[in-house]
Design a protein around this ligand. Structure first.
Ligand code: SF4
Length: 347
């Protein structure tokens, strides 16, 4: 059933850097990078990251700040922190050797069921099946599973796999090749809103295709109520001293956690419950300030930028304990994109 597709995938995508030289560690890095990010983006970051952190030990011994700096451009920084946390645990509890059984992998913080199965199948070529939304869609179409998409269906597919009810004739396949092939088919032919069945190497055995309704599988889940956009005005304050900049590190409960931000305050917010930044009890003449627009989740943000001396900043009467001076060079300190935009505005 999968032979033609596997040959197609090997022919077309053997050059992907994480398929050229493969170890469990390189698979862990590439799988985390590829979650929520396209292959074409990851290609630019994967090799430099591995050059910098060639082993579990090298990555585990880096600081979180260094890891986040190397992750810059890939976004979704939680993945970088999960990866860093996982390798630290692997170094501490498993002497730097990535375990090769599901339960032990799952016990490592930062590794969930999908990543564990990806490590086993793609990294270790073992009989495991990493089911994410991509594989859920393809399996649902191939086997005609017309059920609502989501975690329940993904669990059901994993169950069908463990019971041997899907992907039969297993001795014929490399599970690494199979998982990668299905991922490639999902990316190239079998997308959520478009199925190019006439070109797809799986069409011969695809139930959804033969039923004439590929996009009807799986059933779409509940549509999330569209979020109302909220306007937000922030003041970002730049304080420079001796080639350094006053900033603070965003914590776990804040947007862009782990990154550095210059002191930032809410001037005006439609969302009165927003606690991401403190309110500033001092008025500034906004007409005199430069500004730039950004957005995050449902918030449309107008950012005003003011430059103050250290003495002027202290006069605002804020608790200074959260702030420190960091190197102003963005290749040394891990500033958020908004902070970098603020730097540019005042250059
Ligand atoms: S034949 Fe069509 S629906 Fe079936 S796997 Fe290929 S692209 Fe998807």
């Amino acid at each position: 059933m999968f032979e033609t597709a596997i040959k197609w995938s090997e022919r077309e995508f053997v050059h992907l850097p994480w398929r050229v030289e493969r170890t469990l560690y390189s698979t862990l890095v590439s799988e985390l990078m590829l979650q929520q990010t396209t292959v074409s983006t990851v290609i630019n970051y994967y090799r430099p990251f591995l050059d910098k952190y060639p082993t579990v030990e090298a990555l585990a011994n880096a600081t979180e700040e260094e890891v986040l700096m190397s992750w810059k451009g890939l976004g979704y920084y939680r993945r970088a922190r999960n990866l860093h946390g996982a390798v630290k645990e692997i170094l501490k509890k498993h002497a730097g050797i990535i375990p090769q059984d599901f339960e032990t992998l799952l016990a490592i913080p930062g590794i969930g069921a999908y990543t564990a199965n990806a490590l086993l199948s793609i990294g270790g070529d073992q009989q495991a099946f990493p089911v994410d939304a991509n594989l859920e869609r393809i399996i649902s179409r191939l086997y005609g599973l017309r059920k609502k998409k989501g975690p329940k269906l993904q669990k059901e597919i994993s169950q069908l796999f463990s019971e041997g009810k899907i992907i039969t004739n297993r001795e014929k396949y490399s599970f690494r090749a199979l998982a990668e092939t299905l991922m490639d088919v999902g990316r190239v032919f079998c997308q959520a809103n478009k199925a190019n069945c006439s070109e797809c190497p799986l069409s011969k055995n695809c139930m959804a295709y033969h039923m004439g309704n590929p996009l009807g599988y799986p059933l779409s889940g509940e549509k999330k109520a569209s979020q109302k956009q909220q306007q937000l005005e922030l003041l970002r304050i730049l304080v420079k001293k001796d080639g350094k900049v006053l900033a603070y590190k965003k914590n776990e409960s804040e947007w862009l956690s782990g990154q550095l931000e210059i002191p930032t305050f809410i001037l005006e917010s439609e969302d009165k419950k927003l606690t991401q930044y403190p309110l500033l009890n001092k008025s500034f003449d906004l007409a005199l300030l430069k500004n730039f627009k950004t957005g995050i989740t449902k918030y449309r943000i107008n950012n005003f930028v003011a430059e103050l001396s250290e003495a002027e900043f202290k006069q605002l009467g804020l608790d200074m304990s959260r702030y420190s001076f960091y190197h102003s060079d963005p290749s040394v300190s891990n500033y958020s994109t908004s902070t970098l935009k603020a730097f540019n505005k005042l250059d």
